[in-house]
Write a protein that binds this ligand. Sequence first.
Ligand code: ADP
Length: 465
Amino acid sequence: MTGTLRFRLTAWYSLALATVLLVFGALLYAVVHHHLLHHHDEPLRASAYTILKIIDETDDCHVLTDRQIEQLGKVGKLALIHESQGERQVFFDSPELSGSPLEPVLTELPLKHPTTLQFEALERDGAFWRVLSLPYQVRSGRRGVIRVVEDMGDIKETLKALRMGLLILAPIGVFASSLGGYWLAGKALAPVERITDLAQEIEASSLHRRLPHPGKDSEIGRLVETLNRMFGRLDASFESMKRFTADASHELRTPLATMRNAIDITLKRHHTPEEHEATLKTLGIEVDRLNGIVEDLLLLARADSGRLVVNMEPVRLDQILAAQVEAFWEQAEASGIDLQVRSTEAVTIIGNERWLHLMIGNLLGNALKFTPSRGEIIARVGIADGEANLTISDSGPGIPPGDLEKVFDRFFRSDPARSNARLPGTGLGLAIAAWISSIHGAEILAANRPEGGAVFTVRFGHRPS
Ligand code: ADP
């Protein structure tokens, strides 16, 4: 439970709130404390200067005139004027002060800074006072101190109440908002819980299922879309894996069945040496076919695993095409097919010679396989818009339009190819060609010529160097 996102969200939220409240409380306390302590300072300062002005009316304040006494009495605050020459002498005591417990304190309070104005906070009998001391010198040269005091009220109690309030209310606030935060986090995460439960129900056998979209363009909506897309991809690759396994077993079964059949017939009765030779030839053809399928499958499996290291270097595409056409020349002539190369320029690309040979070989092999006698095959490399390209077109039956996209799928063979037993093949040649094209960053396309026949184009993105 403590590891859940809901708990951790609440814990972080509460911690942040507690920190904010702590800082806020400390600041508030400091501000209130400062205000309570200093809010009498200005009136006290004004009174002190008024008093200074009054006693400055005569050369010496030792003996005050009636007018001065009257004016000092009006200052309104408790005021004490105290001489500090030699021994201390109180020569004015405001009526509010005389007799109060504060009087002896003020007259005896030592002056910390005998030349500058100073404020002090005093506590006497549970009461708090702010005292201002202002040193002065009258014209006669006599020095003294003006002391003015102001009752600060029960500052200690106020501060204590504030402290208690903060110490009690802050934890209650944190606790209450933690509860609220926990509830809110639970509410916000509820759709995630629901999605987790539903996602758990989706297994390999039900990958076609999708999570219901909350209908809002929210984080949860985007999570559902991402998960659904992921299920879609998983579903597609799971289906293609199933299809691949079924197709592979099917393709392997046919030559194995032919071989089994040949062996059974041979075992049933006595055969002449010629018949044995014919059977062995059949077996040899089927073994070659099996070998071909296994080789192709191995290549695709290694390509899929990404473990195949492909070295790229500048290669002459036109020369590779010429070499492949040469290799198929005899076969084309024997089938009465006109195999032509129409490349006029040297085309260099960054590629892998071995795999380019295999790709062009597969395309030419298919063209030869599907082109009837007296047909023609035209192979060409060139540069268009700064991009190298390769085309191989034939005058065969072409590809049914619905199959143009599928011909690059593994084990795909369109119906005419399947039904025509004369045509050998496994349906892996174009899948391998597509992989080779992709490792070159190229695009391979199948199309039909308007005049009939198929045309395969490979567009290399690289600019020829
Ligand atoms: P295979 O040729 O072994 O059947 P490929 O992967 O090379 O396998 O080709 C897949 C399918 O694409 C073929 O079975 C065929 O139906 C179609 N195809 C490929 N090349 C041509 C072509 N030149 N003309 C017509 N159909 C073709």
